[in-house]
Design a protein around this ligand. Structure first.
Ligand code: P6P
Length: 324
């Protein structure tokens, strides 16, 4: 007996009295877009979708053709749903807003359409990350977009790898689904995922170590030293893949401040916040080094943050080292 994402969301929503079917319709927009993206990625080597698009995005990064396709797919599949008030994408400088009544336009979807684009041309996992906020009755739309992460109503990601896996939470546990290509549906594979309480991996770009504040070097040396247990290093360079492994196997992912990017590299709204929500729902923790990711009050939609996320044990050890 299979359970699809839509069925699962409806079951979840049934538990929440104020729920309405609009939320599962909204998630349907994301799953439809992710199936379109997955199909394009699967055929990437066969047709002319690899390589740069010849433009740069708001981040100043060369846009890969699949980045553009993924962004267009999400903007289309979500934009046609009348419960969407605004869409915020890593690829677009400004939010895309829809002139809908506050009665209809209840949700804001924030997303990184294709994270890990540096790995697209070498056939390594990439992913889509999304975060869903509710439009607030008071204040303008920008105020509703710039809510702290603890106000998220849902968050999730799709990792495109040997299989295509969707992981999401609505604040009622973390659940994973695997795309069954024979029926074109995401099928429930794990309910109420729990991140292991400790190890065995740490995941960071050690080429930046000389640029980190010294306490991060001390921390990684501690993990290497063996006194805290046997650790191995894994770094894919695609945040979604590095996070997914950390969620399943445990350990810690770190992107500390560097001399080049003292405010961090990863983006708060559509990378750190959704993954922090998932990590906490699975028993893990997520920190900027100065505090809980989900407590940060955003100032801008493309704001960056240092981002450390992982198992309770490794995160508590990090807090101790940073507090010295
Ligand atoms: P670095 C990919 O470009 C990305 O945004 C994340 O997916 C990944 O975690 C990070 O950048 C990798 O950054 O500096 O280690 O190459």
């Amino acid at each position: 007996m299979i359970t699809t994402v839509q069925q699962h969301i409806q079951q979840q929503q049934a538990d929440i009295t104020a729920a309405s079917g609009t939320f599962s319709l909204l998630l349907g927009g994301i799953t439809l877009a992710s199936k379109m993206i997955e199909a394009k990625i699967r055929s990437a080597g066969l047709s002319d979708v690899l390589g740069a698009f010849g433009q740069t995005n708001v981040q100043g990064e060369a846009q890969q053709k699949l980045d553009v396709f993924a962004n267009e797919a999400l903007l289309h599949c979500l934009g046609v749903r009348d419960m969407v008030a605004a869409l915020v994408s890593e690829e677009d400088e400004e939010p895309v807003t829809f002139a809908r009544s506050s009665e209809n336009g209840k949700y804001i979807v924030v997303f990184d359409p294709l994270d890990g684009s540096s790995n697209i041309d070498v056939n390594v996992n990439v992913g889509t990350i999304f975060s869903i906020l509710k439009r607030q009755p008071e204040g303008d739309l920008d105020a509703s977009i710039l809510q702290p992460g603890f106000k998220q109503v849902a968050a999730g990601y799709v990792v495109y790898g040997p299989s295509t896996v969707l992981v999401y939470t609505t604040g009622n546990g973390v659940h994973s689904f695997t795309l069954d290509p024979t029926i074109g549906a995401f099928v429930l594979t794990t309910e109420r995922m729990q991140m292991p309480q400790q190890g065995p991996y740490y995941s960071t770009n050690e080429a930046n170590a000389a640029q980190w504040p010294a306490e991060y070097r001390s921390y990684v040396d501690l993990l290497r030293g063996g006194s805290e247990g046997a650790y191995s290093s894994r770094y894919i360079g695609s945040l979604v893949a590095d996070f997914h492994r950390t969620l399943l196997k445990g350990g810690i992912f770190l992107y500390p401040p560097t001399a080049k990017q003292p405010g961090g590299k990863l983006r708060l709204l559509y990378e750190a916040n959704p993954l922090a929500f998932i990590a906490e729902q699975a028993g893990g923790k997520a920190s900027s080094g100065a505090g809980r990711i989900l407590d940060i009050k955003p100032e801008g939609i493309h704001q960056r943050t240092p981002f450390m996320v992982g198992s309770a044990r490794e995160m508590e050890l990090l807090e101790q080292v940073l507090a010295r």
